[in-house]
Write a protein that binds this ligand. Structure first.
Ligand code: TMP
Length: 214
């Protein structure tokens, strides 16, 4: 059996990727396809503990960018080996809400850590388990902020950065889409959710034979 598709969703806070992950999952479910949804950081008991440390731990205010980078990679290394790789090998489609592009963008471009080191650590964490397709939901900062302000939960540590940080995030995602057009699809995330959902599905149907049959 050939390996199942590995699909990732990326974008800045408030871009709407979690909504689109749910919609894609509902579509695959209705077609009777076997799939699994996961997220980063998190997705395993170890990863969820790391997520909590990164986002809400009171000590995390003093966390250095280097520590942050290594924690994201640690969560990823666990997720790949415990969940993603085994699922893909069993023929199960994997959808991940964020993956290594988040580190390239947030720790590399926005935190300005050495790009070559970030790439090496990403490679070490994932091995040959790389996404087949990545949807980057692109939204302007005003739209993203108004969406974030509508959520009831308090902002976590990563959501309390200055405006320049999120500008760097957005630009880096757009550059990534230019650099890797075969893998990374840039989607205008400011539109109606149904339109976005349809764009994503059309791209998948075009790209993967297992979706065409249905
Ligand atoms: P989210 O899952 O709600 O989008 O939150 C995850 C946060 O962690 C978000 O602010 C992006 C950030 N993040 C990084 O900075 N680097 C990473 O490698 C990952 C996976 C997430």
């Amino acid at each position: 059996m050939s390996r199942a598709p590995f699909i990732t969703f990326e974008g800045s806070e408030g871009c709407g990727k979690s909504t689109q992950v749910k919609r894609l999952a509902a579509r695959l479910e209705s077609l009777g396809l076997e799939f699994l949804v996961t997220r980063e950081p998190g997705g395993t008991p170890i990863g969820e503990t790391i997520r909590d440390l990164l986002q809400f731990n009171t000590e995390a205010k003093s966390m250095t960018s280097e520590t942050e980078l290594l924690l994201f990679e640690a969560s990823r290394a666990q997720l790949v080996r415990e969940v993603i790789r085994p699922a893909l090998d069993r023929g199960v489609i994997v959808i991940s809400d964020r993956f290594f592009d988040s580190t390239t963008v947030y720790q590399g471009a926005a935190r300005k850590l050495d790009r070559a080191i970030v790439e090496q650590l990403n490679a070490f964490a994932v091995g040959d388990c790389r996404p087949d397709i990545t949807f980057v939901l692109d939204v302007d900062l005003t739209t993203a902020h108004s969406r974030m302000n509508k959520t009831a939960r308090p902002a976590d540590r990563m959501e309390q950065q200055p405006k320049e940080f999120y500008e760097a995030v957005r630009n880096a995602y757009r550059e990534l889409a230019k650099r890797e057009p075969n893998r990374v699809a840039l989607i205008d995330g400011a539109r109606d959710v149904d339109k976005i959902d349809n764009d994503i599905w059309e791209t998948l149907v075009e790209r993967f034979p297992q979706f065409q049959k249905n």
